[in-house]
Design a protein. Structure first.
Length: 137
């Protein structure tokens, strides 16, 4: 897993916080890819542009083969796949086309979904991955 954004190690008061507290309301955007995927190679630029547009979010790049233990039971069949969560609430998981505008709309919609019906059906493996990602870094 390659973190693409800095995660503060302390609260605004300067008091160290644990990962759960630090990321309780943090929007996490994970790109699940594989080293052999040529589409994923091209998605690096799109993902970097998203990181610049949404600096308040945490972005991580996860190689599903190199980070197999982290990914766990989540079966990723199509690349690239985005996983978006706010705190431990899974907002989206699924394949995306490698167009910046599509990803921007997806992030905006997913992060505004709080209090509305869940955007994704229950996916225990995706939920577990979100929790692992939020508690790491």
């Amino acid at each position: 897993m390659k973190p693409l954004a800095n995660s503060p190690a302390t609260a605004s008061s300067g008091v160290p916080t644990d990962a759960h507290t630090r990321h309780a309301h943090t929007t996490l955007v994970a790109c699940l890819c594989a080293a052999w995927c040529r589409t994923c190679d091209g998605y690096h630029e799109t993902f970097a542009a998203l990181r610049q547009q949404f600096p308040e979010f945490r972005f991580v790049w996860v190689d599903t083969e190199d980070d197999e233990e982290l990914v766990g039971d989540l079966d990723v069949e199509t690349f690239p796949t985005l996983l978006i969560g706010v705190g431990e609430e899974l907002r989206f998981v699924g394949p995306v086309t490698p167009q910046l505008a599509t990803a921007q709309r997806l992030l905006e919609t997913a992060t505004q979904a709080s209090g509305q019906a869940a955007m994704v059906s229950a996916s225990p493996a995706a939920q577990a991955l979100l929790v692992r990602l939020q508690s790491s870094c």
